[in-house]
Design a protein around this ligand. Structure first.
Ligand SMILES: Nc1nc2c(c(=O)[nH]1)N[C@H]1C(S)=C(S)[C@@H](COP(=O)(O)OP(=O)(O)OC[C@H]3O[C@@H](n4cnc5c(=O)[nH]c(N)nc54)[C@H](O)[C@@H]3O)O[C@H]1N2
Ligand SMILES: Nc1nc2c(c(=O)[nH]1)N[C@H]1C(S)=C(S)[C@@H](COP(=O)(O)OP(=O)(O)OC[C@H]3O[C@@H](n4cnc5c(=O)[nH]c(N)nc54)[C@H](O)[C@@H]3O)O[C@H]1N2
Ligand SMILES: [Mo]
Length: 777
C-alpha cells in the first residue's frame, strides 16, 4: 500500500484493487438529495469548509465564476441559490482542492515511477505549483524559472525548419481571452496547426450543420427547450454529463412537452429526475423524463431518422399540407426533391434491423413528431463519434427542415457541447481550418501575415508526430495522450518529439509520456483569482447556446508561482516572436479589457464586447438561421443532406463496443471509482454486455475478459488491439452491443477509425471480441 500523507507535497493514497469492484444494479432516477450530499462530501474532503462555501455559493452566479463542468447554459433571471449539480461541484472540488504537487513531489518520484500510476492516482495528488522541466535523459522533473522555460520553447520553435512542424493543442476550458491570444501567437508564428478537443467531440456536428444551415452551432436557447412540444435526446447522457439540463427538461414537461430518448442504455437521468430543490425531489420518486425510450442499436440513428422521415411523408400523403412546411421549404431550403425521393424509398425492414426497435415504436415516435408544432433535437457523443456521424446529424436536421423547425421559438437543433468553453474557443479562432475571412480580419487588426494553409486536426497531428513531420507539441490544457485514440501509437508519436509542453492545472499522463525535453507549466484555473498590473482580471466564456458571459475567480491561487493562461501566452509570444513584433503583448497581459477590445475588432458579433459582456447575463452571439432564417451556405439556403444510409451491423461472434463516461469522471480525470447510476462500485474495468450475448459467447456475469478490437486497415490487413482484464457485467443494452469506460478503452480505437469528413475518432463503435483473461481463475 502507498503512503497516505496528505497536504503539502505529500502523496495522496489513491490505491485500489480492480478485483474489488461490486455490482449493485442500475438506478432509474438521477439526482435527488443523494446528489447534493455527494457533492458536499466531495467538496469538504478536497477543499475544506471555507473553500467549499466560497466556491459552491459563487458557482454560476452573476458575480461568480462559470462552472468548469459542462457547457450547458445557466438559466437567466431568477437563478437558484445553488445553480450547480453534483458533477459541477465535483469539477470545482477537483480544481479548488487544497492538495499540492510541489518540486519535492517530483524529486521523490521518477517519471518512470509516476508513469506506472493510474490516471486516478495522478489527479488525486493536487494542483501543480511551479514550472518543471525534464531535461534530455533525466529521470526526474526539476524546477525551472519561467523565463528559462519560455526561452527553451522559443529555441525549439525557432530551430524548426518550418512552423508547420509545431503543434498547438487546446482543450475546451481555456477562456475566450486566452484562446484569442493563443491562436494569434500561433498564426503570428506561422502555422494553423491548432488541433483541439473539439476534433474528438462535436466536430461532426459542426461539419454537418455548416453544410445544412451555414453555421456549426445550435439554433436554440434554454427558453426554446423549455417551451418545446417535443424534445428528442439522442446519444446523450444528461444525468451524468449535463445534469443542469434535467431541470430544464422537467420544466418543459410541466409545460406539456413530450420527451423521446434515443439511447442503447436506459440512462438514469433519461428515465426519472428528482430535483433536490423541489419537495417531490426530496421526498417523492421525482418526475418521469422520457415518454418514449427508444433503445436503439449502436449506430442505428441515421436509419431511425430516415425511417421517421419516410413515415412523415406518408402522413403528409394522408393529410396533405399538415406535415411538410411547404412555405418554409420553398422559401428557405435547397435539395428537398432529392431528399423526398430518397426518403420515400427508405426500406422500413432495414430501419428496424439497423435500429433494433419494433415497428409499433417507430410509428409512435413518428406520430409524436407529426403532432408537434415545436421540436428540438438534442444530441452529444452518441451521434458524433461514429463513421457516419456527419450523415446522421444531417439526417436529424432534415427532419427539422422539412417541418420548418429552424428559426422559430421552441424548435431547432441542439448539439449539447462538452467542455465549458469549447464553443467559445472555436469562436475565438481555435480551428485548424478557420475561414480566410477570419484570418483577413486578424491580419488587418494586427499587421501580421497569417498562413492560409489549413493545419492539422487531432488525428492528423498524431500522424504528423508519428511520421516525423512534427517535433514540438504544446498543449493549452487537456490531457492529449489519454484523450486521443490508439494509445500505443499516440504514445510512441509523442515520444518522438524534441519538446513537449503541457500548460496544466493538474498532474496527468501527458506529463509522463513526453518528448526528449518536456515542460510542465502550471496555470490558474477558473476558480482562482487573477491579479495583473492593472488589478483583478475577469475572463469570459461562451456556452452551448452562444451566450457569452463573464467569469470571476475568487480563490487564493495554489501558489504564487502560477501564471494565468493569458500571461503565459503573452510571455511566450515575446520570447518566440521577439520584441519588435507588432502585437501589443505586454499591454494585453496587464489589462484583459484590451484583449476584449481586440476581439471586438476581429470576431463577428463581438462589437462592444466589453460593455455587453458586463450586462447581467452577458450577450448572445448572432446565429443567422435562429435570428432571421438566413442560411449562409453554399446555396444560400438550408440544404437537405443526402447520404447513402449507413448503420453498424454486428459481425458473427463479435460485439460493437461504445466507450463512454462513468458518473465519477471528467473526461480523463477520474474523480472516483463508482458509477452510482449504473450500479458499479469500486472499479472501472467493467464491460456492460447484453445477458443473451454473455451466454451465447460462453461467459457468465462476473467473468474477467480481455477486449480485443478488430480493424481492417486501408491495405485490407486485419489489425488487432487488446485491453486486458475487464469484469463482464450483465446489463440492459441491445443484443450485439457493449459498453465500457474511456480512457481505459482508448487503446482499442485505431487511429484510422475516423468519421467521414469530420475526422473524429469513432469512439462509439469498435468491433471487439471477448477473450477469457489469463488472470481469470
Ligand atoms: N460529469 C461530467 N460531465 C461532462 C463530461 C464528463 O466526463 N463528466 N464530459 C464533458 C464533455 S467534453 C462532453 S463531450 C460531454 C459528453 O456527454 P455525453 O455525450 O452524454 O457523454 P458519453 O458518456 O460519451 O455518453 C454518450 C451517450 O450516448 C449513448 N450512445 C452511445 N452510442 C450511441 C449510439 O450509437 N446512438 C445513440 N442514440 N446513443 C448512443 C451512450 O449510451 C451514452 O448515454 O459531457 C461533458 N460533461
Ligand atoms: N474513447 C474515447 N475517447 C474520447 C472520448 C470518448 O467518448 N471516448 N471523448 C472525447 C472528448 S468528447 C473530449 S472533449 C476529449 C477530452 O480531451 P481533453 O480536453 O484533452 O481532456 P481532459 O481530460 O478534459 O483534460 C484534463 C486536463 O486538463 C487540465 N486542465 C483542467 N482545467 C484547466 C484549465 O483551466 N487550464 C489549463 N491550461 N488546463 C486545465 C488538467 O491538467 C487536466 O488534467 O476526449 C475525447 N476522447
Ligand atoms: Mo467533449
Amino acid at each position: 500500500m502507498r503512503s497516505a500523507r496528505d497536504g503539502n507535497g505529500g502523496d495522496v493514497d489513491a490505491g485500489y484493487d480492480e478485483h474489488d469492484v461490486a455490482i449493485t444494479g442500475a438506478k432509474q432516477e438521477a439526482a435527488g438529495v443523494k446528489a447534493v450530499m455527494v457533492s458536499l462530501r466531495r467538496g469538504l474532503a478536497e477543499m475544506g469548509p471555507v473553500r467549499t462555501a466560497a466556491t459552491l455559493t459563487r458557482l454560476n452566479q452573476r458575480h461568480g465564476f462559470d462552472c468548469p463542468g459542462c457547457a450547458w447554459p445557466e438559466e437567466h433571471g431568477g437563478r437558484k441559490l445553488a445553480e450547480f449539480c453534483e458533477n459541477g461541484a465535483k469539477a470545482v472540488a477537483e480544481e479548488a482542492t487544497k492538495r499540492r504537487v510541489t518540486a519535492d513531489f517530483f524529486a521523490r518520484h521518477s517519471v518512470a515511477e509516476l508513469s506506472e500510476k493510474p490516471e486516478y492516482w495522478l489527479s488525486q495528488q493536487g494542483r501543480l505549483t511551479q514550472p518543471m522541466v525534464l531535461q534530455p535523459g533525466a529521470t526526474h522533473y526539476q524546477p525551472i524559472k519561467w523565463d528559462a522555460a519560455y526561452r527553451l520553447i522559443a529555441e525549439h520553435l525557432n530551430a524548426l525548419s518550418s512552423p508547420d512542424e509545431a503543434l498547438f493543442y487546446t482543450s475546451g476550458r481555456t477562456s475566450n481571452e486566452a484562446a484569442f491570444l493563443y491562436q494569434l501567437l500561433v498564426r503570428s508564428f506561422g502555422t494553423n496547426n491548432l488541433p483541439d478537443c473539439s476534433n474528438m467531440c462535436h466536430e461532426s456536428s459542426g461539419t454537418a450543420l455548416i453544410d445544412s444551415i451555414g453555421i456549426g452551432k445550435g439554433s436554440v436557447t434554454v427558453e426554446d427547450v423549455a417551451n418545446a412540444d417535443v424534445i428528442v435526446i439522442a446519444g446523450q447522457n444528461p444525468g451524468t454529463n449535463h445534469p443542469r439540463m434535467l431541470s430544464v427538461l422537467e420544466k418543459a414537461k410541466a409545460n406539456g412537452a413530450t420527451v423521446v430518448a434515443v439511447n442503447p442504455l436506459p440512462e438514469a437521468g433519461l428515465i426519472r429526475f428528482k430535483d433536490p430543490q423541489k419537495v417531490h425531489g426530496v421526498v417523492g420518486d421525482g418526475v418521469p423524463i422520457a415518454d418514449e425510450f427508444v433503445q436503439i442499436r449502436i449506430g442505428g440513428d441515421m436509419a431511425l431518422f430516415a425511417g421517421l422521415g419516410r413515415l412523415l411523408f406518408e402522413a403528409e400523403d394522408r393529410a396533405p399540407g399538415t406535415v411538410v412546411d411547404r412555405a418554409f421549404v420553398d422559401a428557405h431550403c435547397a435539395g428537398f426533391d432529392d431528399y423526398e425521393r430518397q426518403t420515400r424509398a427508405v426500406d422500413l425492414d432495414t430501419v428496424l434491423e439497423a435500429t433494433g426497435i419494433d415497428e409499433g415504436q417507430l410509428r409512435r415516435v413518428a406520430d409524436i413528431l407529426i403532432r408537434s408544432e415545436r421540436t428540438v433535437i438534442c444530441w452529444a457523443m452518441g451521434l458524433t463519434q461514429h463513421r457516419h456521424a456527419v450523415a446522421t446529424i444531417g439526417e436529424a436536421t432534415n427532419l427539422l427542415l422539412m417541418r420548418g423547425m429552424i428559426g422559430k421559438p421552441g424548435a431547432g437543433v441542439c448539439p449539447v457541447r462538452g467542455h465549458s468553453n469549447v464553443q467559445g474557443d472555436r469562436t475565438m479562432g481555435i480551428w485548424e481550418k478557420v475561414p480566410d475571412w477570419f484570418l483577413d480580419a486578424l491580419d488587418t487588426r494586427f499587421g501580421i501575415a497569417s498562413p492560409r494553409k489549413h493545419g492539422y486536426d487531432t488525428v492528423d497531428a498524431i500522424r504528423a508526430m508519428r511520421d516525423g513531420r512534427a517535433h514540438v507539441f504544446i498543449g493549452m490544457g487537456g490531457n492529449f495522450v489519454s484523450a486521443t485514440p490508439d494509445t500505443e501509437v499516440t504514445e510512441a508519436a509523442l515520444r518522438k518529439c524534441a519538446l513537449t509542453v503541457q500548460i496544466s492545472t493538474k498532474l496527468n499522463r501527458s506529463h509522463l509520456v513526453h518528448g526528449r525535453t518536456a515542460l510542465i507549466l502550471p496555470t490558474l484555473g477558473r476558480t482562482d483569482r487573477d491579479i495583473q498590473a492593472t488589478g483583478k482580471q475577469l475572463v469570459s466564456v461562451e456556452d452551448s447556446m452562444s451566450m457569452v458571459h463573464l467569469s470571476r475567480g475568487s480563490l487564493h491561487p495554489p501558489s504564487d508561482e502560477l501564471r494565468s493562461e493569458v500571461a503565459i501566452v503573452c510571455q511566450l509570444a515575446r520570447a518566440v516572436l521577439g520584441p519588435d513584433h507588432p502585437v501589443e503583448w505586454e499591454a494585453f497581459t496587464a489589462d484583459y479589457n484590451l484583449i476584449r477590445d481586440a476581439i471586438a475588432d476581429v470576431v463577428p458579433g463581438c462589437a462592444d464586447y466589453n460593455t455587453r459582456v458586463r450586462q447581467p447575463d452577458g450577450f448572445q452571439l448572432p446565429h443567422p438561421p435562429r435570428d432571421s432564417r438566413e442560411f449562409h451556405t453554399s446555396t444560400g439556403k438550408a440544404n437537405f443532406s443526402i447520404y447513402p444510409l449507413e448503420w453498424v451491423p454486428v459481425p458473427e461472434g463479435r460485439l460493437i463496443l461504445q466507450t463512454m463516461r462513468s458518473h465519477d469522471q471528467y473526461n480523463t480525470t477520474i474523480y472516483g471509482l463508482d458509477d452510482r447510476y449504473r450500479g458499479v462500485k469500486g472499479g472501472r474495468r467493467v464491460v456492460f454486455v447484453n445477458p443473451g450475448d454473455i451466454a451465447a459467447l460462453g461467459f457468465t456475469d462476473g467473468d474477467r475478459v480481455d477486449l480485443v478490437s478488430e480493424f481492417t486497415d486501408a491495405q485490407g490487413r486485419l489489425q488487432e488491439r487488446r485491453a486486458a482484464d475487464f469484469r463482464v457485467v450483465a446489463y440492459s443494452t441491445p443484443a450485439g452491443n457493449a459498453a465500457a469506460y474511456y480512457p481505459e478503452t482508448n487503446p482499442l480505437v485505431p487511429l484510422d477509425h475516423v468519421a467521414a469528413r469530420s475526422n473524429t475518432p469513432v469512439s462509439k463503435a469498435v468491433v471487439v471480441r471477448l477473450e477469457r483473461s489469463r488472470s481469470d481463475g
